[in-house]
Design a protein around this ligand. Structure first.
Ligand code: PGA
Length: 252
């Protein structure tokens, strides 16, 4: 089964509104001829409506870096899936390691957010990955098992038709240390087999599994060439439109 690659940019807490608009405008121009790759950028909530305006006619989609699972209510400081959908988002990055690490996000919270995203017709990008210490302790596979099993708890394959997974080893995020193609190939194959075991072959074959962690123009093509890698979640390099477009054009 052929899976359309997705190259997603996580802008984290960078770029003011005008900076985000300028970068998104340029990206939309540079990517206007791309038809066989899905492209997404996730600016801050604050920039979302502004960027949505400039991307409306383009093939670059919008996402958010987080959301809260409730539809509305007295939840000071939070933003709901329906609100981000109304502001132009199609994707939601859920459970990024920085949210787990700095904001105490648990698998249980992640699971609620995945469900709420699906209910709001957003495509969830569920982030998973082990820390350096967990890898050194040989716990990589058990960590991934737990993050996937608990993060998708009580969901069934019918709910998960649009789900995207992003394998992001924590030790490779923002560090310049990329996992080797051999490491990535082995882990992605394992993740696909786990999805097969939990949700069946159809979902396992159709689900997109992105790699994230220091993806740069120079390493994108060797990573994207791997059988079970269906795109990339890009942090630092997505802030620079010229670098990001090179990653998007990895096979050209
Ligand atoms: P990086 O970030 O590309 O800067 O390593 C990846 C991410 O956090 O998704």
């Amino acid at each position: 089964m052929s899976r359309t690659p997705l190259i997603a940019g996580n802008w984290k807490m960078y770029k003011t509104g005008p900076e985000a608009v300028a970068a998104a405008t340029r990206l939309a121009e540079l990517a206007s001829d791309i038809v066989n790759t899905d492209i997404m950028i996730a600016p801050t909530f604050l920039s979302l409506p502004l960027v949505s305006g400039v991307l409306a006619e383009s093939n670059v989609k919008l996402g958010v870096q987080n959301l809260f699972h409730e539809t509305e209510g007295a939840f000071t400081g939070e933003v709901s899936p329906g609100m981000v959908k109304a502001a132009g988002a199609d994707y939601a990055i859920i459970g990024h390691s920085e949210r787990r690490q700095y904001f105490g996000e648990t698998d249980d919270a992640v699971c609620k957010k995945v469900k709420a995203s699906i209910d709001a017709d957003l495509i969830p990008i569920l982030c998973i990955g082990e820390t350096e210490e967990q890898r050194a302790d040989d716990k990589t596979f058990s960590v991934l098992d737990k993050q996937i099993t608990n993060g998708l708890n009580s969901l069934c394959s019918r709910d998960l038709g649009t789900l995207v997974l992003a394998y992001e080893p924590v030790w490779a995020i923002g560090t310049g240390k990329t996992a080797t193609p051999e490491q990535v190939a082995g882990i992605h194959e394992y993740i696909r087999s786990l999805i097969n075991r939990l949700f069946g072959n159809e979902l396992a074959m159709s689900i997109r599994i992105l790699y994230g962690g220091s993806v740069k123009p120079k390493n994108a093509s060797e990573l994207m060439a791997l059988d079970d890698v269906d795109g990339a979640l890009v942090g630092g390099a997505s802030l620079d439109v010229d670098a990001f477009i090179q990653i998007i054009r990895y096979d050209r």
